[in-house]
Design a protein around this ligand. Structure first.
Ligand SMILES: [Ca+2]
Length: 309
């Protein structure tokens, strides 16, 4: 390799230097070798820089951000609220196993805003496609590795979680102007697959407006409310529209005919125009033609009270 070669050449130059003063052709040969050595040194330096740059790149690709996974061993937790109350108060990834879940699965626990939140959906930068089929939404998809990754936790998991008690849903929204709003819904529940993951929730509080029930306008409620809606994807149409909302709005969601909230929609950047209102929409805040910058959907038991351990 290069460094051995360089070593060898400098050794020859040294030998020639030591040689008794010599005829002209020896002098010439020495100069030639010196020049060659110089150019090889420069090449080796450049190669070294390139190797360093490649190593830095590899490092970045392997560790995009700090992963923040907490391995709590064999003890089982039904949700992030239990994890929080067992003394683990750092936001990050944990393993949970809700009562009826056949297996453990990985979740992001948000230990801010009082702590104990199990996050089941996030939009942050448009890096993941949410225009996916029934099986993807059933099992979950996306980036469950990076702290701000986009993902859907999966409808089965959502059912296992919400069927084990009385849960509150918190939706955090952010627009491209830097404003933030939230919506809280009591008694959030998602049925099992046989019931098409039908959606249930009760009273709203918050400052984003009640887009989920369509209560903002009694006349649109019959077609815009998501209360009691079944889940639809582009390959399974369970909506109340004569065509397919999921197909037209590029998302899996609890569509009616079609929506006043479409948080799994396409990632535009703010105001958009399209044939249908297929952006990331929360109607009561920015209307149908503004696509939000970030969304977080998370749940916590209604009777959650943080233990101070
Ligand atoms: Ca339909």
């Amino acid at each position: 390799d290069t460094s051995k070669m360089l070593h060898f050449l400098s050794w020859i130059v040294l030998l020639l230097d030591l040689a008794v003063s010599s005829p002209d052709d020896c002098q010439l040969e020495r100069d030639r070798l010196r020049a060659q050595l110089k150019s090889m040194e420069i090449r080796a330096m450049k190669q070294q820089e390139m190797i360093q740059r490649l190593m830095n790149l590899t490092q970045q690709t392997l560790n995009p951000a700090k992963e923040n996974f907490f391995d709590l061993g064999d003890k089982q937790y039904a949700d992030c609220a239990q994890i929080f109350n067992s003394g683990n108060k750092e936001s990050g990834f944990y393993m949970i196993k809700p009562l009826r879940s056949p297996a453990q699965f990985r979740v992001y626990c948000d230990m801010t805003e009082g702590g104990g939140w199990t996050v089941f959906q996030r939009r942050s930068d448009g890096s993941q496609s949410f225009d996916r089929d029934w099986n993807d939404y059933k099992a979950g998809f996306g980036d469950l590795k990076s702290a701000n990754g986009e993902f859907w936790l999966g409808n089965d998991n959502l059912h296992y979680l919400t069927s084990q008690g009385d849960y509150i849903l918190r939706i955090n929204l952010e627009d491209f102007e830097g404003s933030q709003r939230f919506a809280l819904y009591r008694k959030f529940k998602v049925d099992n697959e046989q019931n098409h993951y039908q959606l249930h929730f009760s009273t709203y509080t918050g400052n984003a407006g009640d887009a989920l029930s369509g209560s903002y306008h009694p006349e649109v409620q019959w077609w815009a409310s998501h209360q009691g809606m079944k889940f639809s994807t582009k390959d399974k149409d369970n909506d109340r529209y004569d065509r397919s909302c999921a197909l037209e709005d590029k998302a899996g969601w609890w569509f009616n005919r079609c929506h006043s909230a479409n948080l799994n929609g396409l990632y535009y950047k703010g105001p958009y125009s399209a044939v249908t209102d297929n952006g990331i929409v929360w109607y009561t805040w920015h209307g149908w033609w503004y696509s939000l910058k970030s969304v977080e959907m998370k749940i916590r038991p209604n009777d959650f009270e943080p233990n101070d351990i």
